[in-house]
Design a protein around this ligand. Structure first.
Ligand SMILES: [Zn+2]
Length: 493
């Protein structure tokens, strides 16, 4: 690369630049695909879809952090559009050094790739930004100019939305095998900026203290990662665990995995981290994320049913996520087969014993004569169903019948407009959703017929929901501080 140039940008350039950027995305090479942390994979995937190019590098969209497109030499093109970098950093991240890091990475990659010229179009008229890019090896050849004003253009909305304040939070999801943590910005809540993970403690009298210690360590680790990324320090923590969890009180009413009974988890983690903590239930937390930014977004009456070790639910009625002291949404313990297997809750034939991911796994193993350890969970059963295996089909279909029996009752009581199926089996998409939709439609008579969809956020839903709850808490704390008041306990948004 003989020269890197910052071009002056005019209003006319801006529109042309936008077209070039789209073109660049359509022809982007895969060379820099691994340059970044990999945390933006999901975003990148979305953008690849939009650009119609499976090799596009990184996405940008209204709610997304950064986007980069790199185009390469085409001798038929004029020089200024041959090799170029175009990049967006959403306003919330400007001034944190993220763009410099990304540009550095791209410039280094372009050099390695033998690009002879790399052009960066500066669009924000920002002298500080120009200096940063010079630091990355770009040479300024002119001055930047302000953007044209067109309130209908997404780019301009982004550019004008400079007042967005970045609130970073840590979401923690405590599962059976791992404790996952993610750093998330409230301004772009679907993007995980950094991750950390620890092993879940073995059940027992020490498990509660161990999981709190692990959570505090993960918060520290993500604080460090935020500093490394040049981002602000996290303002609050959200943590979600299985059990009977009273969110408004911040108390684990009962959580057998950690030997907790009436344990003030919120205050204890807050003491250990020095941050405000939003405490929540794992499935409600996932439900919160799906409701706000996933498959349930835009709805006021949403029922999320998660198929995991058991079956849990998050219930949104008239725009409120129901808690009921921690007892709402225990749909896995609706009895659908009075002579069925004994459940840990003491009842027989709970739907969680017949239609959860674990039940599908174990029942298939029993029906096929294979050992439980030999079957790769409900995932393998789903693959066998897709392949037409008759034993798997029988188990799958039975599970769906039991699930639908429970759903008819739930829909009758709650009247959801949208039913979101989550958990491992929902990864099978229409293989699960299709028959549930059909059988539910056949069973319902006068009830509202919910739209049946698969969850969108996958295994990130729990951490994202915890981070969203923390963001609501942090916002309340900030606004209370701004008016000189004290923030009380904040309900989930
Ligand atoms: Zn039960």
């Amino acid at each position: 690369m003989s020269e890197v140039v910052i071009r002056p940008t005019t209003a006319e350039d801006w529109w042309r630049y936008r077209d070039i950027r789209l073109e660049a995305l359509a022809s982007a090479p895969a060379a820099f695909g691994s340059t970044y942390s990999g945390e933006l994979d999901r975003t990148e995937e979305l953008w690849r879809e939009r650009a119609g190019n499976p090799r596009a590098l990184l996405a940008f969209a209204g709610d997304v952090t950064v986007g980069i497109a790199v185009g390469y030499d085409d001798p038929d093109e004029p020089p200024e559009s041959r090799s170029l970098v175009s990049m967006f950093v959403t306003p919330a991240y400007r001034g944190h050094g993220l763009s410099t890091r990304l540009i550095d990475a791209v410039a280094a990659g372009a050099r390695d790739d033998g690009a002879h010229e790399l052009v960066l179009w500066v669009t924000d008229g920002n002298e500080a930004a120009r200096k940063r890019y010079e630091h990355s090896g770009f040479v300024a050849t002119g001055h930047t100019q302000p953007l044209p004003h067109d309130p209908t253009a997404m780019e301009n909305r982004m550019a004008l939305d400079l007042s967005v304040k970045s609130i970073l939070t840590v979401g923690i999801d405590v599962g059976g095998t791992t404790v996952k943590a993610a750093l998330v910005d409230a301004a772009a809540p679907s993007v995980v900026l950094a991750r950390a993970v620890a092993q879940s403690p073995d059940p027992g009298p020490d498990a509660g203290a161990a999981v709190l210690a692990a959570a505090a360590r993960l918060v520290d680790e993500l604080r460090g990662q935020a500093a490394d990324l040049g981002l602000p320090a996290p303002a609050a923590v959200g943590i979600a665990v299985p059990g009977i969890i009273d969110e408004p009180a911040g108390v684990a009413v009962f959580a057998s995995a950690f030997d907790w009974s009436d344990e003030p988890v919120r205050d204890e983690l807050s003491r250990r981290t020095g941050l405000p903590v939003a405490f929540g239930h794992d499935v409600r937390s996932a439900g919160l994320a799906e409701w706000r930014i996933g498959a349930g977004r835009g709805g006021d009456n949403v029922l999320l049913v998660a198929l995991g070790t058991g079956i849990g639910a998050a219930v949104v009625v008239d725009g409120r996520l129901l808690t009921a002291g921690g007892y709402a949404g225990q749909l896995g313990h609706v009895v659908v087969a009075p002579d069925g297997p004994l459940c840990g809750c003491g009842q027989r034939g709970c739907v969680g014993m017949l239609a959860s991911a674990r039940a599908i796994h174990h029942r298939y193993a029993a029906a096929s004569g294979r050992s439980i350890g030999d079957v790769d969970g409900a995932r393998e059963v789903a693959a066998l169903v897709a392949a037409g295996d008759p034993v798997a089909l029988g188990v799958w279909s039975d599970a769906i019948d039991h699930l639908v029996d429970m759903l008819v009752a739930a829909v009758t009581v709650l009247g959801p407009r949208r039913l979101v199926l989550a958990g491992g089996p929902s990864d099978a998409g229409e293989l699960l959703v299709g028959p549930v939709r059909d059988r539910l439609a056949a069973a319902l008579t006068f009830q509202r017929r919910p739209e049946v969809v698969a969850a969108e956020l996958g295994s990130d839903a729990g951490v994202l929901g915890a981070a969203l709850a923390a963001a609501a808490l942090a916002t309340a704390v900030l606004s209370a501080a701004a008016v000189g008041g004290a923030a009380g306990p904040v309900p989930l948004p």
